[in-house]
Design a protein around this ligand. Sequence first.
Ligand code: PLP
Length: 346
Amino acid sequence: MTHYEKPPELYDGLRLHQNENTAGCSPRVLEALAALGPNQIGFYPPYATATEKCASYFGVDSDRVVLTNGLDEGIMALAVRYLRQRDGVVPEALVPEPAFEIFRFDTAVAGGRLVQVMPNPDFSFPLEPVLAAITPETRVVFLTNPNNPTGVSMPLEAIRAIARRVPREAVVFVDEAYAEFAGRTFIPDLPSFPNVIVGRTFSKAFGLAGLRIGALVGAPDVLDSVRHAVPVYSVNIAAVVAVQAALADMDHVREYLRQVQQSKRLLYAACDRNGLEYRSSDANFVLVCAGDRTADLVKGAADRRIYIRDRSTEPGCAGCFRVGTGLVEHTERFIAVMDEVLCGVR
Ligand SMILES: Cc1ncc(COP(=O)(O)O)c(C=O)c1O
């Protein structure tokens, strides 16, 4: 498959299938949106202040940040910049699997060649195979830390080793969509590794998925070449004011992070009770291996309007589903369904 098929539009129940923040955004965001006036909505949006606030949150200068319409747009811009065929060379995108599927599709859109590295059975990062797959045609190495769909983190040292090995014309992309949950980031390393671009999003920890805002962080000259592939006013004024309001309410984020930790503990205990394997996750979701019981679980939950994501067809993920572990109350609802469905199929 070379194009992305969006998951079905399921908005009539509990959405635990797209790693969103089911607690929603800070009330301050709603206030900021309500305060938007005709003069703001009527004009193209200004980015300087929002970029400064985001840069300060990331601990970098403003010229190291490009705001994008969701991190998805940043990934597409990166693909367009690095993976178009030029001078008879077909650029290669290296993707350690299982990975965020958008990397695959954006590589195809840009015209690059996908080079997949298959996972270790425990989903620990396959550093040696990744290093061995780098060629003179490698132009992007797509990494995600912590990874989606596994929730497993990779060592920062592995990122450094890859950045040292790639060709001069290449970049290493470190997708940190879930970094807040892991409490670890490559950003402090960026001055030493100008060929690394970090991707961040406000969709997950900050609960702004519907507004679409993310960022690329990296060396100014490297980012400049990617910036040209981002439409000039792609981040709208609602996202511009929302991100500033969200950053001003870190207590809201901290409370969500606390609930995510508790949710994961509850889910692990429920899996242990039901004899299901899972990966210990550094994100706001967990990959659970229920084997031949996965289909029943996904269907049983959907029948009760709780949505989880069957990941069985992803490399290394046969028999696995991914479930969001955000608000404790929501995790408890899913666990009750899991216990009920598994009781029936045992
Ligand atoms: C690894 C990863 N990167 C990027 C994104 C997209 O983020 P955004 O909502 O900012 O486009 C997601 C969303 O699920 C993701 O899992």
